[in-house]
Design a protein around this ligand. Structure first.
Ligand code: DGI
Ligand code: FE
Ligand code: FE
Length: 413
């Protein structure tokens, strides 16, 4: 008997999370062989016109090259029409074979609505890989687990894999914005994407990727290592959220993220001087608080120092200006920078880490546009509330804009 694993997906592009899932699947399900099927036209997902199957196939071959016992198959892509899983299973079924089908959580929960579910369950054992330890999802999985057993006699195994929680749409945003792909993509895939100029999307404004790369080099030399690491974390997080909520604003988001704390390590007198010379309005509470002043002085710096003239875009300046307190009626860009600053990966404070986990665990990539904006605003509200709580606990003054931001985000949800 051969135990043959089946892993289908769009793979646009394949990333480290997919590779980790494939490895875990081979081990956990004790597979003799794993076949990976980039999908033709997936029935569940609408793919963009530039997602050429030939590119996805080539990238999958690169990405999964080092996974033991795995092979990438072009079978689904060669089929005309839609990629129905049951057809792939029928194609592979043989008397001397056991088929094991890998599904993600969301796929697993809807398996009974797929084309010919009874045949899927008859032909294959199901291996459901859970991406995150979300209590609500876990309960849903348990429920479906018994339901599939009762209805279809389904054979199901659950595979816990703490793989990278990152959607391909977020990744395409990081590519389009020119962000760092090293943490997410196998090197060969990143090279392939660059060579074929995949996933480029037109960006608003006049900022160029060369401006941004030069700015990043400058900040790397200027900032302390911890501040620069935080800055890069905000950049990466802003691109991920931007890919979902503001796909044409990725260069402005990178600029605002890179510059948001540009003056944080300057002495207060220097910051006050920059702000005074620029004519920017600084509130009294900001003049006396070193934690608050840097948002005003960084915005002033971008608006007045010729060295930053490439970034003197009103949307960028506003996102920097309001990144610490927020304000009433924040733009989407302002909200993204405000939140990215709080939930970027190098923040280890428990309140920040909790918000970060909850934000991504809700899987905003799977939401429709309205739900994504509501999700973003809800987390802006939660962030403001946590900050207010933190300030109350320490007996610190609360800026009026922080309260206004919170009430606004609460009311518009
Ligand atoms: O510059 P970062 O450390 O990356 O983050 P930030 O710009 O959000 O600044 C966070 C600090 O600002 C933190 O110590 C809390 C403080 N802060 C945020 N909102 C308020 C505030 N301090 C006062 N006094 N009032 C606020 O409304
Ligand atoms: Fe800051
Ligand atoms: Fe910051």
């Amino acid at each position: 008997m051969e135990r043959l694993g089946i892993y289908g997906g769009t793979f646009a592009p394949p990333h480290n999370g997919h590779v980790a899932a494939a490895r875990a699947f081979v081990e956990d399900a004790r597979l003799d062989r794993l076949l990976i099927f980039p999908a033709g036209i997936p029935p569940h997902k609408q793919i963009a016109a530039d997602d050429d199957p030939a590119h996805r196939l080539a990238m999958a071959r690169i990405a999964f090259a080092d996974v033991p016992r795995a092979e990438v198959s072009d079978w689904e892509i060669r089929q005309s029409g839609r990629s129905y899983t049951v057809l792939t299973l029928e194609h592979l079924a043989a008397p001397d074979r056991e088929l094991v089908l890998l599904t993600g959580t969301d796929m697993f929960l809807t398996l009974d609505q797929w084309y010919r579910p009874a045949d899927i369950f008859r032909l294959a054992e199901i291996c459901c890989i859970r991406r995150e330890a979300d209590a609500e999802k876990s309960a849903q999985i348990e429920k479906k687990f018994s339901e599939y057993w009762e209805l279809f006699g389904a054979r199901v195994r659950l595979l816990e894999e703490d793989a990278l929680v990152l959607s391909s749409s977020e990744l395409r945003g990081i590519v389009a914005g020119g962000g760092d792909l090293a943490p997410y993509l196998p090197n060969g895939v990143a090279d392939y994407i660059a060579a074929h100029r995949l996933y480029r999307a037109a960006q608003n404004g006049s900022i160029t990727p060369a401006d941004l790369d030069a700015l990043k080099d400058r900040l790397a030399a200027e900032q302390s290592p911890a501040r620069f690491a935080h800055t890069c974390g905000v950049e990466q997080t802003a691109l991920r959220i931007g890919a979902l909520c503001a796909p044409g604003e990725l260069y402005r988001l990178r600029a605002a993220a890179l510059l948001h704390d540009a003056t944080k390590e300057y002495p207060c007198e220097k910051q006050l001087k920059i702000a005074a010379e620029s004519g920017i309005i600084v509130f009294d509470c900001e003049k006396t608080s070193s934690a608050l002043l840097h948002a005003a002085s960084a915005a002033a710096l971008i608006g007045s120092d010729p060295a930053y003239s490439a970034f003197a875009d009103p949307a960028v300046i506003d996102a920097v200006r309001w990144h610490t307190t927020g304000r009433e009626g924040m733009s989407v860009l302002e909200q993204i920078i405000f939140l990215a600053d709080y939930i970027e990966p190098t923040r280890t404070h428990a309140a920040c880490a909790a918000l970060r986990e909850q934000f991504w665990a809700a899987d905003p990539a799977a939401m429709d546009e309205d739900a994504r904006f509501a999700h973003l605003r809800r987390f802006v509200c939660l962030e403001a509330e946590q900050t207010i709580r933190h300030l109350l606990d320490r007996g610190a003054p609360i800026a009026e804009n922080t309260l206004r931001a919170r009430n606004w985000a609460l009311a518009s949800n």
